[in-house]
Design a protein around this ligand. Sequence first.
Ligand SMILES: [Zn+2]
Length: 312
Amino acid sequence: MSLPIWLQDEYQKIVSLKQNQALSHALLIIGPQGAGQEVLAASLSMDLMCERSSPACGVCHSCELMKANTHPDYYCVDGQESSIKVDQIRTLSKQVSQKAQIGQTKVLHLIHSQNMNLNASNALLKILEEPPQGTYFLLTAFQAASLLPTIKSRCLLVNVPTPNMGEVQQWLATNYPNKNLESLFWLTKQPYELAYLSDSGKDAFYLEYPNKLEECIDSFSNLPAFLKSVDSKNILDFIKATQALCHQGLIFSASNEVVEEHRILCEKMLAQFGVHKLLSLYQSLQQLKEKTGLTNLNAPMQFKYEMNKWFN
Ligand SMILES: [Zn+2]
């Protein structure tokens, strides 16, 4: 597996630690969302599991099982969809306390580990304090702040850097040659965020969004049709897109520096709302985003209400 260039330094450092038998049993890999912490962790998992070498040989029994995603000593829990619960950690704790089935090593990968609730965090802390033999913990996160300090202090902190623009463009050209993902830089410049949007088919929604919003500014009568498709599944996409475009408008008002294709939209937004209203809209959306999913708030309805209030 070839790692993208911006992940290679950290990867090499960890490989040397392992070769010198100085690698911590717990790693916290953090970075901006979409910078590739999961990709780095996946590569490291392969290496840790390989029975022959580091970097992984790619052909031994363990490597084959890892590639097929069926290695019995590799455990993965993902907190993206819903928070990681204490029961999940307890189950993992039982599993990793057993002897490894294939080689000597077990790997436990917690994805989006910032989404662990307090009980789960405490349960994990207990395991980290007395780790079972031959077990590595790879925690990936994009908001280290929301992890317990006691967990952080038990881990080797690995910082995934933000790739520079040239690296992102090169990576997109290699991996998504027929996609127009650079047109979504107003939303995110993180390569794996862009990859996710493309793989999930959401890129079309976001590519169209600036035009749709512009139509609503041109005429309030376009707003009902625009908001018709908002539901509980796509609400965060609507919020994120609107917020990112408000942000573009705010950048434009301060520095005039904005991608060329958004210049007219930004001018229209500022003419319609003015800077203060645009900032308030941005902040209302931020609050709505934070509350979405946490409470029984009807977020789609609240979003429609906000949009009607601002656009009218
Ligand atoms: Zn191998």
